[in-house]
Design a protein around this ligand. Structure first.
Ligand SMILES: [Zn+2]
Length: 563
């Protein structure tokens, strides 16, 4: 008698091999049989007509704060994710000295758009060192597993003190040793990686460039030494390549890889201002791999886009002087005011004068079923022309729909040509792994946390502007490939002996639903949430954690530690 049997599904086992019919049997926390006919189970799930996949491993989230107050970790938990890796992009909350907390909070707001008030109200600050932070996370039961990287910015400031806040300052010899020590200590305690941010686009809440932006080779080598010393972890480098030539930058990263002897993950998006640059970055990654170094690109599975509604931090009308008078009203009252013709005329006039900033030919209404690779003919501008109405007025009306819970989608990366061929090329590359969903971040402006679901629905079924990809490949990318990149060898495939993290999916019904603003963050903070249809069951460590999209109450999730 097994503890749990998933009976008669189509097994997509995460290896990339062809799907096949059969049962999956689970005893305790572990898969014991995959395929064939299993003995009866104490509990059985009928998977007839459904896909059975490994649980999804999302390598790019920013739940570093949310994980201290939210045991579910939505919205990832509603998208089949059973393991979320956080601590990305060089920002986070450990290690930390008491007088550095405000600065780390400000940096997280500046880079990832999580409000300072939310972070201040939510973070318990029961740690100083990174190992203590992991222990604090471990003290809380949760619905999904989490794994943490040690972020560069807190390490730098911890090692250098006040001077570390300034990117012009460089660590002295003792501080370099301290940086290595902190990184080694964090990885040995269970951090699964180290991350850094080298962009000029991101700034702290104080408006200053982030201090890791121009970290010297010596400082990077100090991080690498800590990684080499522990023999653990993956290094994530988020760069906008504004520091000099790509060649120079990648020479630096190759040195890092040689010194650390660890895998390197390079987030890669198509910049609409340099639409071919991603090819050069891929060529650098391929060249490094050719030298035997473990480089891979981290790619978004659709455009990265803004989801813009009336409660977003900024929207088409938020900068209008007349909007300021309404901005603090509760959403329902604001909508009622904005429906008044006089106010509408005034706002439209002001927005036109101030040119709202968004190109309405590149803005789309998010309605079910959401098409994340929208055809130009469905843009607000095109729709308005067809309907012989003013485009801005149409956008205005759209934003008032659903009581103000209606969102406009503006793709800002991976969509230069008006389609996702860039994404297809990347997904077809063995050198690219999906990520960049940014779960937990960009609270009111971006809702890309649904990437894992889109990977299956868009590329496996719905795409209209180009070819599809095999479902077995798509599942492997979000399971085996992501798990292995972060050294998680106990999950990622449906194989006897593996941790029993699974999804049972009604693929025909699988769909990403439109985002909804929730007001449930600490201090009444707002966040975009997004759910999905079609996840029949999500199973973590042998327990059904989500059934039909709803949490069952089970909290078998833990902190996953590197070994
Ligand atoms: Zn990030």
């Amino acid at each position: 008698m097994h503890d749990l049997v998933i009976r008669g599904g189509t097994i997509v086992d995460g290896t990339g091999g062809p799907p096949y019919p059969g049962d999956v049997a689970i005893d305790g926390r572990v898969i014991v049989q995959v395929g064939g006919t299993a003995e009866p189970g104490r509990r059985e799930l009928d998977a007839d007509g459904l896909l059975v996949t490994p649980g999804f491993v999302d390598i790019h989230t920013h739940y570093d704060a949310q994980a201290t107050w939210d045991p579910l970790l939505g919205s990832s938990c509603w998208h089949g994710v059973t393991t979320a890796v956080m601590g990305n992009c060089g920002v986070g909350f450990a290690p930390v000295r008491p007088d550095q907390r405000d600065w780390l909070v400000g940096l997280m707001q500046g880079v990832e758009d999580i409000p300072i008030e939310v972070l201040n109200a939510g973070l318990p600050w029961t740690w100083a060192t990174f190992p203590e932070y992991l222990d604090a996370l471990d003290g809380m039961p949760r619905a999904i597993d989490i794994a943490a990287q040690v972020p560069h910015a807190p390490v730098r400031v911890y090692a250098m003190g006040e001077r570390g806040l300034d990117g012009e300052e460089t660590p002295d010899a003792d501080q370099l040793v301290e940086i290595s020590r902190i990184v080694g200590e964090a990885l040995r305690a269970g951090a699964v990686g180290v991350s850094t941010l080298r962009t000029r686009m991101h700034r702290g809440a104080d408006g200053r460039l982030i201090p890791t932006n121009r970290a010297s080779d010596a400082e990077l080598m100090a991080l690498a030494a800590g990684m080499a010393d522990s023999g653990r972890g993956t290094f994530e480098i988020a760069s906008d390549y504004s520091a000099g030539s790509l060649e120079e930058e990648f020479a630096r990263y190759r040195n890092f890889a040689r010194r650390s002897r660890r895998p390197i993950s390079v987030p890669l998006l198509q910049d609409h201002n340099a639409p071919e640059q991603w090819r050069d970055v891929m060529a650098q990654i391929a060249a490094a791999c050719g030298e035997g170094l473990a480089f891979s690109a981290q790619t978004a599975v659709r455009p990265v886009g803004v989801a813009m509604g009336l409660d977003s931090r900024a929207h088409l009308f938020s900068a209008c002087p007349s909007y300021q008078a309404l901005a603090r009203l509760p959403l329902a009252e604001r909508v009622a005011q904005m429906r008044r013709p006089a106010i509408k005329d005034r706002l439209l006039g002001e927005a036109r004068a101030g040119a709202g900033g968004m190109d309405l030919a590149r803005l789309f209404l998010m309605q079910a079923p959401i098409d994340y690779e929208p055809d130009a003919s469905t843009s607000i501008a095109a729709s308005a022309i067809k309907a012989s109405v003013d485009p801005l007025a149409m956008a205005y009306e759209m934003m008032l729909e659903k009581g103000g819970q209606s969102y406009l989608y503006g793709p800002v990366r991976n969509f230069a040509a008006g389609n996702c061929e860039v994404v297809r090329e990347l997904l077809e590359s063995p050198l690219a792994v999906p990520g960049l969903g940014d779960g937990g971040a960009h609270c009111t402006q971006i809702c890309d946390v649904s990437f894992p679901t889109s990977l299956l629905t868009h590329w496996g079924r719905d795409r209209r502007l180009g070819g599809l990809l095999p479902i077995a490949t798509l599942v492997r990318k979000q399971t085996l490939d992501t798990a292995r990149l972060y050294g998680l060898t106990d999950r990622g495939t449906l194989t006897p002996g593996m941790k029993a993290d699974l999804n049972v999916i009604d693929f025909e019904r699988l769909a990403v639903l439109p985002p909804v603003m929730a007001y449930d963050f600490p201090a009444g903070g707002k966040r975009l949430t997004q759910r999905a249809d079609g996840y029949q069951a999500t199973i973590l460590a042998g327990e059904v954690t989500f059934a039909g999209g709803e949490h069952t109450g089970a909290l078998p999730g833990r902190v996953v530690r590197s070994r």
